[in-house]
Design a protein around this ligand. Structure first.
Ligand SMILES: Nc1nc2c(ncn2[C@@H]2O[C@@H]3COP(=O)(O)O[C@H]4[C@@H](O)[C@H](n5cnc6c(=O)[nH]c(N)nc65)O[C@@H]4COP(=O)(O)O[C@H]3[C@H]2O)c(=O)[nH]1
Length: 851
């Protein structure tokens, strides 16, 4: 107990201690509690009776030490253990009092639990602000910086002291900062809560940093601005990748060549990912690596990889391409994948290589994208991020390149033979004739046409024709010097362009080509012999531009054809006239058809047995207003080439039907009328319908019409042709085989189609009486035709002798100048009137030679 000489004063002191706001605890020198005021009772939750006489240690949690050991005079915080088990914090100030030979310890304790908690919270918050990678900037209500965190200092290089009081935007914005974004920031900061912007900022040293910023506004209770809190993240690398993506897409849109795009990707990636050497390789169709870009690797390294076959243990790239998965080699020196190749990489200081396959949308591995490192290591997540973006970009670029190549292939190359096409040929001639280095150097242009190709197409079918063209193209290509080019213009026409080649050189090449093609070609199961006709024109003498050069070579080619085929001819000015004439004729023929200026003449066919009329052959005549009469042998091939032949055939059929109807109406018995149709008509399935409609429209009995077909129709084994011929025959119309014996057809093939009539070609007839073999051949044709139940008619009978021989050979009918040329309808009628002996009798149809 405290004793005091002045009991009154003692009492005052005790009252003061008792009523103190802070808890007051007094212990004696042994640490035993001798005083515990009311505030202490509240703080600890103990009544004083429960603690007086107990050691002071009972007031703090076990293990926190003895409060009596606290330094006297200093203020300390210690934990308080309350009676209810809760813990609170108290700030203790301790005094030692010595009087009357006794020493006591007086401790005042203030409850600071809330303060400690707030301080802890602040400490944690400061951790958040300072230990994060995010940059934090806080401004006051005047928008000037009051706080920046450690990340800010690390990123921008400014200490808090340097930036305090400055405006953040003015501090960080710079040359390339988007002014619009700055304007947004100024307008929204301090007004809106939680908005984002991305902008370029600048560090103290001037380094450009892309940041994404989130800005929050803190207001006072009265709504005035208290703080602005901006949290920034460095997105420079993402932005760099985005920029790279954008630039690659732009480059693609601008049609930048693939190697340039690849080099750009490498350069940019090396700038983003420091210490990396980039390499992009392509995988070709044979599974071989082809360097595309590796701008920072020595050229000889890329060259060494060129042509390397991909496989399961082929370094990083060859293996990645082979397996289709990324391959990480952290140590080239020891990794088995590099065993065979490390000697290439190690001397260059390349220690590690990580390669990823570039996969296209169809799953095909088109190439590899690789990172080489100088130290042994694998990729970081950031590297992976870059590579993911880049393999995607590379795939896009390669796909685009392939699509472009394919389009160019379609646009500039013939799909059948793979040779350059006409468009490419034009480009080539232009580039040669416009090359200032090769000014006036002669260029030879060789125009090739396969002889009788049409017959192959018509008789053996288009697929055989196509395969023949492929074989021919192959042989032609084998004749090329490295500087020469051969292209296919279409059909069976090929053009050679021989730079720096004079007339002698052109002859040598022409001969070589003719030779090369003279050996039989195997086309599937067939062996075919082909020959070519070649026209030669020379630049600049025969033409100073591509059109003229080609036109003149074409004209020369026609001369080569005319000279017996299988040979070559040089262009001469006369040929030009000939070629022009062909053009003029073609246009004039079209006009004649449109203006109904063509005519049909009819040549009588008489039976040899009694001289009576068997029928007539309708033959086309064209008289040009200035050029005069033009022979069908000139204009029919033109019509076939220009596609006019179909319309001409239709016109002939219509005119014939109309004429038959007119004769029938006039009571003139003309027998059958033969109309010549080209093989092209039989490829149209609507021919039977057309004939049926014309017969019907003019009320012509089908047996009065005979269609003359050529051997090429008979040999055409296309289903469409065979079906059309059969459908025409099914109408009741006769089918006559024209010019028999002049082409490829064999007698046995006669049975394939429902032929009712055979015409012996006039080349046989003209030899009758002079050549025994011709007579034997004619006889054989007559016999076989008749044995197949066909009518046999001889063409081109010009002499009595021929007529008598044919009669003796029992050829049933004949036509020819001896009897009558082809005549216009009125003239024919007059001829018939003048030759009453030819008049048909009712029984004559039954008369036929039999063998
Ligand atoms: N040397 C000689 N020739 C004679 C004699 N008798 C008739 N000729 C001619 O021989 C040709 C017979 O016609 P082709 O063999 O069908 O040969 C025809 C035929 O293949 C074709 N042609 C004629 N008209 C047409 C037609 O309307 N359409 C089609 N597609 N071709 C036609 O043109 C070829 C030639 O017709 P044209 O010049 O009219 O020539 C006709 C005719 O005038 C004679 O005694 N001696």
């Amino acid at each position: 107990m405290i004793s005091c000489q002045d009991a009154g004063l003692q009492n005052i002191f005790l009252q003061a201690l008792e009523q103190a706001i802070d808890a007051a605890v007094i212990t004696d020198e042994t640490g035993t509690i001798i005083f515990f005021n009311a505030a202490a009772e509240r703080l600890w939750g103990y009544g004083r009776d429960e603690v007086l006489g107990r050691p002071i240690g009972c007031l703090v949690p076990k293990g926190d030490g003895n409060p009596a050991d606290l330094v006297v005079g200093a203020s300390r915080e210690l934990r308080i253990r309350r009676k209810d088990g809760a813990t609170r914090w108290g700030a203790v100030s301790l005094s030692r009092v010595a009087a009357h030979g006794r020493t006591i310890l007086l401790g005042f304790v203030r409850d600071v639990t809330e303060e400690v908690a707030r301080r802890e919270e602040l400490y944690l918050l400061s951790l958040v602000a300072n230990e994060t990678d995010r940059i934090v900037i806080v401004t006051g209500g005047d928008r000037r910086i009051v706080y920046v965190n450690r990340a800010f200092t690390e990123m921008f290089g400014y200490e808090l002291a340097e930036v305090r009081g400055r405006w953040p935007i003015e501090l960080l914005a710079g040359r390339r900062t988007d002014p619009k974004v700055l304007q947004h920031l100024r307008r929204r900061a301090g007004v809106e809560r939680g908005f984002h912007e991305e902008l370029i900022t600048y560090s103290k040293s001037g380094e450009e940093i892309w940041v994404s910023t989130t800005v929050n506004t803190v207001l006072n209770a009265d709504g005035t601005l208290k703080n602005i809190v901006a949290v920034l993240a460095d997105i420079t690398e993402n932005k760099q990748i985005e920029a790279l993506q954008r630039d690659v897409l732009e480059a693609l849109a601008k049609d930048m060549p693939l190697p340039e795009i690849a080099a750009m990707i490498c350069h940019r990636v090396e700038a983003i990912a420091a210490g990396v050497f980039c390499s992009i390789l392509l995988v070709d169709q044979d599974g071989r690596l082809r360097p595309l870009a590796a701008p920072s690797l020595p050229e000889q390294y890329s060259e060494a990889l060129n042509g390397l076959e991909i496989g399961p243990i082929t370094g990083s790239c060859g293996t990645a391409a082979y397996l289709g998965i990324p391959v990480v080699v952290e140590d080239i020196a020891t990794d088995p994948l590099w065993e065979a190749y490390k000697a290439l990489a190690l001397p260059l200081g390349l220690a590690a290589c990580w390669s990823s396959p570039i996969k296209l949308r169809d799953g095909r591995v088109a190439g590899t994208f690789a990172f080489y490192f100088r130290e042994k290591r694998g990729p970081s997540p950031w590297h992976e991020h870059v590579v993911n973006a880049c393999t995607h970009l590379c795939a896009l670029a390669i796909e685009r390149h392939e699509a472009k190549t394919h389009i160019a292939q379609l646009a500039y190359f013939d799909t059948l033979t793979g040779l350059p096409n006409r468009a490419r040929l034009h480009q080539l001639i232009d580039s040669l004739t416009h090359d200032p280095d090769a000014a006036n150097a002669p260029i030879a242009c060789l125009f090739l046409d396969i002889d009788h190709f049409k017959d192959v197409n018509d008789t053996l079918g288009h697929s055989t024709g196509d395969r023949l063209l492929i074989e021919v193209a192959q042989r032609l290509q084998n004749q090329l010097r490295p500087t020469d080019a051969v292209s296919r213009l279409g059909g069976d026409e090929f053009v050679f362009i021989l730079p720096d080649c004079d007339a002698d050189g052109a002859v040598a090449v022409a001969k070589r080509i003719i030779d090369a093609l003279s050996a039989p070609l195997r086309v599937g199961a067939l062996t075919l012999s082909v020959s070519v006709s070649i026209g030669i024109s020379l630049y600049p003498d025969n033409g100073g531009d591509k059109e003229t050069l080609l036109k003149h070579a074409d004209a020369a080619m026609y001369q080569a054809k005319g000279a017996g085929r299988g040979t070559y001819r040089f262009f001469s000015p006369e040929m030009n006239r000939f070629a022009q004439e062909r053009l003029i004729l073609s246009a004039a023929l079209r006009e004649a058809l449109a203006q109904d200026a063509l005519e049909l003449h009819y040549q009588p066919q008489l039976r040899t047995v009694d001289g009576k009329l068997h029928g007539v052959e309708a033959l086309l005549r064209w008289t040009h207003p200035t050029l005069g009469s033009i022979a069908p042998e000139r204009f029919i091939p033109l019509a076939e080439e220009s596609g006019l032949i179909e319309a001409i055939g239709e016109w002939c059929l219509r005119t014939t039907c109309r004429q038959i109807a007119a004769w029938r109406a006039a009571g003139i018995d003309i027998g059958t009328v033969s109309v010549n149709l080209s093989s092209q008509h039989f490829r149209k399935r609507d021919l039977p319908r057309l004939i049926a409609a014309l017969l019907d429209a003019h009320d012509v009995p089908p047996e009065m019409l005979t269609i003359e077909i050529t051997e090429s129709v008979m040999m055409d084994d296309r289903t469409a042709t065979i079906e059309t011929v059969r459908a025409v025959q099914a109408l009741g119309v006769g089918l006559s085989m024209d010019d028999f014996g002049t082409g490829y057809s064999s007698l046995s093939s006669l049975t394939r189609l429902p032929i009712s009539e055979l015409k012996i070609d006039r080349s046989f007839v003209q030899e009758l009486g002079q050549d025994e073999q011709a007579q034997a051949a004619t006889q054989a044709v007559i016999r076989i035709g008749q044995s197949l139940g066909m009518m046999v008619i001889a063409e081109g009978v010009e002499t009595e002798e021929q007529w008598h021989i044919l009669k003796a050979l029992r050829c049933q009918a004949a036509q020819g100048f001896l009897l009558s040329p082809a005549l216009p309808a009125p003239a024919l009628e007059a001829w018939l009137a003048d030759h009453p002996a030819t008049a048909r009798t009712a029984s004559h149809l039954d008369v036929a030679w039999s063998i």
